[in-house]
Design a protein around this ligand. Structure first.
Ligand SMILES: Cc1cc2nc3c(=O)[nH]c(=O)nc-3n(C[C@H](O)[C@H](O)[C@H](O)COP(=O)(O)O)c2cc1C
Length: 175
């Protein structure tokens, strides 16, 4: 399985990005994982900019996702929703369709007790609009995320680690 993973945070010390890195580190050697790092390079979406020659950063995102068997997105919550930069990336995929029918794990992580679940819900809503196959059993919120990461951003919580092994996502790809 080739898993393409996106963090919805632009912060250098992001807890969401730390989680995504941990997930990639937990993949079995038979899987391949790629961390998409171009969120901050994408121009603001407008249908007029999506003509015959889409921006290079957009092509890069689309080409990477086209090679994915599955996708994982982990989002922080800002003002009760996913960050605009992540929504913007997803808007660029509406017309091109790289996520149509593709198994996607939609995660959120936050410092509070709900783990940014409203952002997770907004992510699921948008993925549904894109006709992605949101894998429910692989989609969840990680509450109190700061207490589950060590100083170097490594995962220290065994229960979370088990859930991040993404067995349900792998099963969805195999089906
Ligand atoms: C302006 C602002 C708005 C925020 N809004 C929310 C919110 O609505 N709900 C929430 O749970 N956390 C909220 N947070 C907290 C962030 O989600 C939290 O800092 C998170 O760790 C950021 O993700 P990251 O560590 O991956 O960068 C907000 C933070 C800021 C700075």
């Amino acid at each position: 399985m080739h898993l393409v993973a996106l963090s919805g945070s632009l912060r250098a010390a992001s807890t969401n990005t730390a989680l995504v890195r941990a997930i990639l580190g937990l993949l079995p050697t038979t899987d391949r994982g790629t961390l998409y790092d171009g969120l901050d390079d994408l121009p603001h979406f407008s249908p007029e900019r999506d003509g015959d020659e889409p921006p290079t950063a957009v092509l890069r995102l689309r080409q990477l996702l086209a090679t994915a068997d599955s996708v994982l997105i982990c989002t922080p919550e800002y003002a009760y929703g996913m960050p605009g930069s992540l929504k913007n990336a997803l808007d660029w995929l509406v017309g091109s369709g790289e996520l149509v029918g593709k198994p996607v794990a939609a995660l959120s992580a936050g410092p509070g007790e709900d783990g940014g679940e409203r952002a997770g819900a907004s992510l699921v809503l948008t993925l549904t609009a894109l006709s992605a196959q949101v894998v429910e059993a692989a989609s969840f919120s990680v509450p109190f995320v700061r207490s589950k990461l060590g100083p170097a951003g490594t995962l220290t919580d065994l229960e979370t680690e088990q859930r991040l092994r993404l067995a349900a996502l792998r099963q969805a790809v195999a089906r």
